[in-house]
Ligand binder design. Structure first.
Ligand code: NAD
Length: 548
């Protein structure tokens, strides 16, 4: 017998079939049906888990839209968690673009219209003063990871208020599917402080508080109460901040990173995944990151996160802080961020350089001669033919990362990037693009998906019981990810490993992260002799347990 719930506590009959953690559906064996009062409640034939996966995927393929596929998969998650994770783990390239970007964006926009069943926890500004009591309603105390959003900046889609819940749910699904973090220890949270999205406020089916956002001291006090209560109820829980608007994202990270176990995926996770792509691009060119000059188009959370990691890594490669900074420039809607600009918000001041106040991207490329451009502006089409041609003029292998999500916001398409550079560019995007034919070759575009980093980061932090998450953990994760890109990947145009290797990628990132925790004495645990085996052993594997 092999199950977490003692036999005496196991529900029977219909209650067992309605328990998603324990349900096996048609896979209950004859002996289990005898013992657990299931006869007559299921069709007679017993299926294997593999049969069930085939049935789900047949239905998945038949659906008429990606949103329908999303609804199908979430309904399965609500019904049979083991089967759900088996489907995702066995079919990551098909299911993850549905459960996460890009389809999750549409699911969030329509959350109130496709809602079927609650998942995770909602904390609203009306819970001020009683958040610990609200969190105590969660059925277990064994929570080790929380992903939390306030819904103000969902992907590149803006303020979606309480509809943002799809994001913490999706991210935690990836923790389990990609990183092997046990679903039982994951808690998605949405902090509902209202929304400024006029169409949601007018929507009768919107499920959040129909009010303008709470801001200022009241907002900060609410978030502080939440973080304190979460640590009281779930001591040492890892909190991942997700899709907060720029100023709040920076403030929360700076305020809490040294006090509680937390990180911000939009800043640090993005930084690591893009750094990995740039390290691989340097490998393709036979040089090093320190030889590159990077022009960022956009100067928000993603740009700051990537910029910091790139500068850290260039220093690791021997440059001084000043030399490294002089190799990274940033643009926003007003043009290059220069020291002469007045009224820059705090996060942009660190990005200011002594350079000419150039307004347009092609001119900035002509003047600064970057080797790489990184689009993190949310501005569809911002990488024009003129800009890309300017980059291609002085680079044999120009590096073009159009990272804005969803696909409709991408600074350029894969086809444009390859087409306008005669197939010479090294390209990555934030969302998946179909392969592009260039002459005789078919090039597979890289997707700088944060899912390459955060599940492994979380697993490494949880297994090592690290007390804080450091930037060095993220640069180590980036180096590991880049090292896993094979020569065959590179030959096919990929600068990230194929996604079907994600469990192995996450396990190796977890090892690298845990090593930093043990080396830096950021944990009270002793390093296991075989860290890699300890990580593997900790990974959740979706398979049915025997109940008899
Ligand atoms: P943000 O709102 O913090 O920053 C956006 C930045 O773009 C701001 O600095 C803004 O000034 C700048 N900007 C706006 N209009 C511009 C214009 N016309 N020209 C130049 N700059 C302009 O958002 P963020 O979190 O930094 O995310 C930015 C984009 O990156 C989003 O589309 C997001 O989906 C994407 N992103 C992708 C990944 C990934 O691929 N792994 C990860 C994180 C974010």
């Amino acid at each position: 017998m092999d199950h977490k719930v003692p036999r005496s506590c196991l529900p029977t009959g219909i209650a067992l079939l309605h328990n998603p953690q324990l349900n096996k559906g048609t896979a209950f064996t004859g002996a289990e049906r005898d013992a657990l009062g299931l006869h007559g409640l299921l069709p007679p034939r017993t299926c294997t888990l593999a049969d069930q996966v085939s049935r789900v995927m047949e239905n998945f393929q038949r659906k008429s839209s990606d949103l329908e596929r999303y609804i199908q998969l979430i309904a399965l998650q609500d019904r049979n968690e083991t089967l759900f994770y088996r489907v995702v783990v066995d079919n990551p390239e098909l299911t993850l673009p549905i459960l996460y970007t890009p389809t999750v964006g549409e699911a969030c926009q329509k959350y109130g219209h496709i809602y079927r069943q609650s998942r995770g926890m909602f904390i609203s500004c009306e819970d001020r003063g009683r958040i610990a009591r609200v969190l105590a309603n969660w059925p277990t105390r064994n929570v080790r990871v929380i992903v939390v959003t306030d819904g103000e900046r969902i992907l590149g889609l803006g303020d979606l208020g309480a509809n943002g819940m799809g994001i913490p749910i999706g991210k935690l699904t990836l923790y389990t599917a990609c990183g092997g973090v046990d679903p039982d220890v994951c808690l998605p949270v949405t902090i509902d402080v209202g929304t400024e999205n006029a169409s949601l406020l007018q929507d009768r089916l919107y499920l959040g508080l129909p009010r303008q956002r709470v801001r200022g001291d009241e907002y900060h006090a609410l978030l502080d109460e939440f973080i304190t209560a979460a640590n009281m109820l779930f001591p040492g829980v890892l909190i991942q901040f997700e899709d907060f608007a720029t100023a709040n994202a920076f403030r929360l990270l700076e305020e809490y990173r040294d006090r509680v176990l937390c990180f911000n995926d939009d800043i640090q996770g993005t930084g690591a995944v893009a750094l990995a792509g740039l390290l691989t691009a340097a490998r393709v060119q036979g040089n090093r990151l320190r030889d590159h000059r990077v022009l960022f188009f956009g100067a928000g959370e993603a740009a700051v996160g990537i910029g910091r990691m790139v500068i850290m890594e260039m220093q690791e490669q021997g440059l001084s802080a000043d030399e490294a900074e002089q190799r990274c420039w940033f643009m926003d809607s007003q043009g290059l961020i220069t020291r002469s600009r007045q009224d820059l918000p705090p996060h942009k001041r660190q990005l200011a350089r002594d350079c000419l106040p150039i307004k347009l991207l092609p001119d900035a490329i002509g003047e600064l001669k970057p080797t790489a451009i990184v689009g993190v502006s949310g501005q569809s089409g911002a990488f024009s033919q003129e800009a890309i041609a300017a980059l291609a003029r002085h680079n044999e292998r120009p590096v073009i990362f159009a990272l804005s999500n969803p696909t409709s916001k991408s600074e350029c398409t894969a086809e444009q990037a390859y087409g306008w550079t005669g197939g010479r560019c090294i390209f990555a995007a934030g969302s998946p693009f179909p392969p592009v034919a260039v002459g005789e070759k078919t090039l597979h575009t890289g997707q700088g998906n944060n899912a390459y980093i955060f599940p492994g980061m979380g697993l490494g932090v949880l297994v090592s019981r690290a007390k804080c998450v450091t930037d060095r953990m993220f640069t180590a994760a980036a180096r590991t990810l880049s090292s896993l890109v094979s020569d065959a990947d590179l030959a096919a145009g990929r600068i990230y490993p194929k996604f079907d290797r994600i469990r192995d990628v996450s396990a190796r990132i977890a090892v690298a992260v845990a090593e930093i925790a043990f080396e830096g004495r950021l944990t009270d645990l002793d390093r296991p002799d075989d860290l890699s085996a300890a990580i593997q052993e900790a990974m959740y594997e979706p398979r049915y347990r025997s109940y008899v």
